[in-house]
Design a protein around this ligand. Sequence first.
Ligand code: NAD
Ligand code: UGA
Length: 435
Amino acid sequence: MHIAMIGAGYVGLTTATCFAEMGHDVACHDTDSERISQLEAGELPIYEPRLEEAMQRMVASGKLRFSRSGANCVGGADIAFLAVGTPATPDGRIDLSQVEAAARLVSRWLKPGAVVVIKSTVVAGTCRRVREIMAEERKSLDFSVAANPEFLREGSAMEDFLCPDRIVIGCDDRRSALLLSEVYRPLTERGTPKVLTSTTNAELIKYAANAFLALKIGFINEVADLCAETGADVGPVAEGIGLDRRIGPSFLRPGPGYGGSCFPKDTCAFAATGRDHGARQFLIETLIERNEKRKAALARRIIAQGELRKGSVVAVLGLAFKANTDDIREAAALRIIPILQKAGLRVKAHDPKAATNARQWLRDVEWTDTAYEAAHGADAVVILTEWEEYKNLDLGRLACTMSRRVVFDYRNVLNPRAVAAHGLTYLSLGRPPVS
Ligand code: NAD
Ligand code: UGA
């Protein structure tokens, strides 16, 4: 199958590379020509485990290529995927301009009988809108539009794509159902379940899935707060509820509030869709508000419980919105660090992958190459991302280098007894203090 991929971001690059690994011929186009140059040089513009090597392998095999020209990418393709951004607008809705521009582009070069598939996360009714735009743009063209939402996570994008829990295919005609089923045959043959449904259902499945996962996180965060007040431990509590197969064990790790490029924007878009259609999503509206307030509340807790005052030094470990990515979009650090600075604290920061991106957004931070350099002379250490290297910190070394000995672990990555054994005051989420 000849596939055109429009958009070479996290989703476009992962999908293009994985389709090539599945045996398809893939051409990938992006309007950012600097990005295409980088990709042509074999460099991945993002940090994503395993993806760069796989991409280089697929390019070398001739299964994957990059193109500056829309015509060159789309002409001859049996199917064109749109994997462009759908950023939030100030009112919480989504900006569909990249999707609309990509639809106009493909309609110009698409061969008759081809299928356009929206991979981006889009609100209900977008496939219909794209169909209208394309029909206006090229009246005589015979084409179909389908939805195929993506459920991969950053940090484990390739595994998630190649071993998904399910594939959702939203089609309103037989042609696109057949073609998309063929594209995914290598995965469905291995037993991956396929949900074949309408385009509107597929569009809604994506938002409802993200909203539900975000709710699980919001729930466990509030349970953690209750554990802290009652002397319970959120670890065994999460395990105890997660073993019920109706609940499931994942997405029950407490943290500083969910972030990233998707949950914050997708929950807002879901709530806005509910308001627009007179079916308000009250649970999600409350979740959005609680998640925002949590970040500010945790920042204030550092100042109060750490007994910090003007000039105190705080070492922040972890700037990425989660581990194994360099993505800092809606990361807790971007909310928490400015609040600490506003209170007159000096901030030192470390992240193994995301510091370069974070520098563009944070001011007056002292950047360090190691966690220990950040902790040197600090009054408090705050862990905001669950990087493996923070789980394995040499606590003796950390304790020796700090000025005062308070550790706020907002990812519960350290062992409370081990931390206490090194004479550190340890404040984590929903776990009883150890002395
Ligand atoms: P991204 O911002 O990393 O990449 C989008 C790319 O599209 C950019 O490189 C941009 O230059 C390019 N682009 C924009 N307009 C274009 C056009 N008209 N023609 C060609 N290229 C164009 O975005 P992403 O993280 O890959 O997300 C893409 C979509 O997938 C979003 O709707 C997002 O919600 C959804 N999604 C993202 C993830 C994730 O983990 N990042 C997972 C599932 C779904
Ligand atoms: C999320 C979904 O998990 C993907 O299925 C989806 O495809 C994607 O959004 C999307 O639509 O773009 P992602 O944002 O990459 O993926 O990362 P997650 O692992 O879901 O984490 C999101 C946020 O929730 C992070 O800030 C993370 O730290 C937080 N989180 C996650 C918790 O606080 N606790 C948990 O138990 C899990």
